[in-house]
Design a protein around this ligand. Structure first.
Ligand code: NAD
Length: 264
């Protein structure tokens, strides 16, 4: 956890994909630590519900009399909307220290030979361009402040290739991991850190929709030595650690979180 007590108090994180799963869990964890949370998602009702949960639970802690969470209905595949997201966050809370790009999906399962242009484009628009837009929108502000931490969402699948069901998604997450490394190195001397997380199966609506059959569910579990799914909160706590001042030498790499399930 942070070296400095109350490290996150008064600081602000933008979280995309905050209406559900890992994004929502991370919003609640950062608010618990005293951070302001800008929750962005294409799911308007879901993102409002996240912000309401945060404000109901943490709105008045640490002397903060106003709301700690802002809900923004944003489609991360639209560059202009992502620019608005960052501006609204700055307008709302004064400055932004952290960005967690959690919005992402496999769109649908497909055998490799059936991946068409539409599926490839949608998958890259959401996972790759959505992440690119977020970083490009927030970096000028972070560079001006000489401080910022960006955490992007990869996946174990980028090491395994997604054979038989999601090569399109695995390739997109590979691009996210690579782009993260490039951004980290380009801005490493300017107060910016940029990292990614590559989880194995985490129990969220994403996994539920991926579990199209009991056989697939079993295959996921067979691959995890701990024989269980990860929890969204286990990823959220890691995002908190990565954004904290506990290990500021850490940048560029992806962190694998998978209950012992490696790649073969
Ligand atoms: N759950 C897993 O097993 C797992 C494993 C590895 C990686 N991931 C990655 O973790 C991230 C979070 O996944 P999750 O499990 O919390 O899934 P989730 O489905 O619960 O949440 C994803 C969120 O992204 C939002 N979203 C989708 N398209 C969007 C868009 N265009 N603009 C803004 N928001 C959009 C959705 O509305 C949803 O709220 C994703 O990037 C996913 O690929 C998940």
């Amino acid at each position: 956890m942070p070296k400095t007590p109350d490290y996150f108090a008064g600081k602000t994180i933008i979280i995309t994909g905050a209406a559900s799963g890992i994004g929502r869990a991370t919003a609640l964890i950062f608010a618990r630590e005293g951070a302001n949370v800008v929750c962005a998602d294409i799911d308007e009702a879901g993102v409002k519900a996240t912000a309401q949960q945060v404000n109901a639970k943490y709105g008045n802690k640490l002397g903060n009399t106003g709301n700690k969470a802002l809900a923004l209905n944003i489609d991360v595949t639209r560059r202009a909307a992502v620019g608005d997201m960052v501006q609204l966050a700055i307008d709302g809370f004064g400055s932004v220290q952290f960005l967690f790009n959690s919005a992402g999906a496999a769109i649908r399962r497909s055998k490799f030979l059936d991946i068409d242009d539409a599926l490839m484009d949608k998958t890259f628009d959401l996972n790759v361009k959505g992440t690119l837009y977020g970083m490009q929108a927030v970096l000028p502000h972070m560079l001006a402040n000489k401080f910022g931490v960006i955490v992007n969402m990869g996946s174990m699948s980028h090491r395994r290739g997604g054979a038989g069901s999601s090569v399109h998604y695995a390739a997109a997450k590979g691009a996210v991991v690579t782009m993260t490394m490039g951004v980290a190195r380009e801005f490493a001397t300017q107060g910016i850190r940029c990292m990614s997380i590559s989880p194995g199966p985490i129990r969220t609506p994403f996994q539920d929709s991926a579990q199209s059959s009991p056989e697939l569910l079993q295959r996921f579990l067979d691959d995890v030595p701990m024989k269980r799914f990860g929890k969204a909160e286990e990823i959220g706590e890691l995002v908190l650690f990565m954004c904290s001042d506990a290990c500021e030498f850490m940048t560029a790499d992806t962190v694998y979180v998978n209950g012992g399930g490696g790649w073969r």
